[in-house]
Design a protein around this ligand. Structure first.
Ligand SMILES: Cc1cc2nc3c(=O)[nH]c(=O)nc-3n(C[C@H](O)[C@H](O)[C@H](O)COP(=O)(O)OP(=O)(O)OC[C@H]3O[C@@H](n4cnc5c(N)ncnc54)[C@H](O)[C@@H]3O)c2cc1C
Length: 463
């Protein structure tokens, strides 16, 4: 490998920086191909305090493991720096004399601002930030309706999304000439990995994600349409964290799905479209990450998140499927989609705590925590989002449990105090003679009553 030192401000033809962010892979990576066309490539990851600070330990630990896997795939050359990206990226580009810094475009509100600041800083040295590709099948902001405006509802968006189509996976990387640590660059500023206690994470990295996808294609996809709503079965792909960090690109998955004819393949494609949809919504309405997408719902009365919120977060509400979901969150950093909806509805409509508190708790603990999918998922349940589940559709935590966990296996897996209760009776411990024999808590609210309170308040706001 050639040494790549340069004096500040000068550029060397034939050297580029590839700044990894949410694209921690080497295959199906258009920005990597663009960087390799420039010549030797310095692979960089910047630990940005603005993102690292608010992330929970689970996301931090997963990210570090994913970076370690990427570093191994790069032969130990990944440069990891800590600091404000505009300063760090500019300094590294100066150091190796790169004329261009290549990235996959970020579509989130913070990422767009940050990238504009980095582009400005680089331009001062007559260097360029080159954005190639995005983490989505179709770049956010691309799909517009007949009047040239963004879609606000999922179904027409998904139709336009399918009609628009997406590119085939990018070519394999070939022989990239990587630069790295030791060549004028001291870049081993890895943060320490947080201690997760008993929490277990899936194996991180591009190869592990591909293996998981192959296993799902072979054994899970055909039945995905029926199985995806069953938290007691492992019927979903469990790839949200890999998609979040770009260990896999959705384009790769969509190319494989084209070869499949099952209903499961069609349903899975729709789920990937939801991911694109929420990113598109966030692109067009960056305020909707924190503010109500439908402002009229902001007038609902909410309680302060006191003891009831703590009971919810710790899985001690006395409603078995809600408690199982929140304990799953704490023990594996992931929750089944059906259960995410149940626990979110319970917080907002039974405990009358505003969705923003729940969204924050999820972002803090989820390994796949993603601003677009999470905050719009919460707004969907709270009735204030796009294509919203109407506010008056309140999930009943008992019948939802009985329907989607019919034998009670999911609840017993996560709630040890109820393991002695057999079958579906586990969803109604109050009807079982020894239901509370092992310390399971009594219900903290009466669902039927709280449902009426929520609906009355909704009628007031609508009225
Ligand atoms: C309140 C709430 C919060 C959520 N927070 C997040 C989050 O922070 N990050 C996240 O990735 N997903 C989130 N989701 C969506 C969904 O629950 C997860 O993507 C899914 O459970 C991940 O498991 P999986 O990979 O096995 O999904 P699968 O069923 O195998 O689906 C495949 C992929 O499609 C995408 N997907 C599936 N459902 C949705 C959806 N409703 N919205 C957007 N994308 C979807 C995901 O990328 C997922 O990995 C949330 C949903 C709700 C209701």
């Amino acid at each position: 490998m050639t040494a790549a030192r340069s004096t500040s401000g000068s550029t060397r033809d034939g050297t580029a920086v590839l700044w990894f962010r949410r694209d921690l892979r080497l295959h199906d990576h258009p920005a990597l191909l663009a960087a390799a066309r420039d010549g030797e490539v310095l692979p960089l990851f910047v630990v940005d305090p603005a993102l690292w600070g608010p992330s929970g330990d689970v996301r931090r630990a997963y990210l570090l493991r994913s970076l370690r896997a990427l570093d191994a795939d790069l032969g130990g050359r990944l440069v990891v720096e800590h600091g404000e990206p505009a300063e760090v990226v500019r300094r590294l580009a100066q150091r190796v004399g790169a004329r261009r810094v290549h990235v996959s475009a970020d579509a989130g509100p913070y990422g767009r601002r940050r990238d504009d600041a980095v582009a400005t800083a680089l331009a001062e040295d007559r260097r360029e930030l080159v954005r190639t590709g995005t983490p989505y099948a179709i770049g956010p902001g691309t799909i517009l309706n007949g009047s040239g405006r963004p879609f606000q509802v999922f179904t027409p968006f998904s139709r336009a999304w399918s009609e628009h189509g997406w590119p085939a996976p990018a070519d394999p990387p070939g022989d990239v000439r990587w630069l790295g640590e030791g060549e004028g660059v001291d870049g081993r500023h890895w943060p320490a990995e947080p201690d997760l206690g008993d929490l277990t994470l899936p194996e991180a990295g591009e190869e592990a994600a591909h293996d998981r996808w192959q296993e799902f294609l072979e054994h899970g996809l055909a039945d995905y349409g029926e199985e995806r709503d069953r938290p007691d079965h492992d019927g979903t792909s469990q790839l949200s964290h890999a998609l979040k960090w770009g260990e896999l690109h959705p384009r790769t998955l969509l190319a494989d799905l084209r070869r499949q004819r099952s209903d499961g393949a069609r349903t899975y494609r729709t789920e990937l479209c939801w991911r694109d949809f929420y990113a598109d919504v966030l692109w067009n309405r960056p305020d909707s990450a924190r503010e109500y997408y439908k402002p009229q719902l902001a007038g609902l009365r909410y309680a302060d998140p006191g003891e009831a919120f703590t009971a919810w977060a710790q899985g001690r509400t006395g409603y078995p499927v809600v408690d199982a979901g929140m304990r799953q969150l704490r023990s594996v950093g992931w929750v089944h989609n059906r259960v995410r909806m149940i626990v979110a509805s319970f917080l907002v409509k039974d405990l009358h705590v505003e969705w923003r508190h729940g969204a924050r708790e999820f972002m803090h603990r989820l390994r796949d925590g993603d601003l677009a999918s999470n905050n719009h998922g919460w707004q969907w349940v709270a009735g204030s989002g796009t294509d919203a589940s109407p506010f008056f559709r309140v999930f009943n935590p008992v019948t939802q449990g009985q329907r989607f966990d019919p034998q009670g296996d999911y609840v017993r897996r996560y709630v040890p105090e109820l393991r002695h209760v057999p079958g579906r009776a586990v969803h109604t411990p109050w009807d079982v003679a020894d239901g509370y024999a092992h310390g399971y808590p009594e219900r903290i609210v009466d669902h039927a009553h709280e449902r009426r309170v929520a609906l009355d308040d909704y009628a007031r706001v609508k009225g």
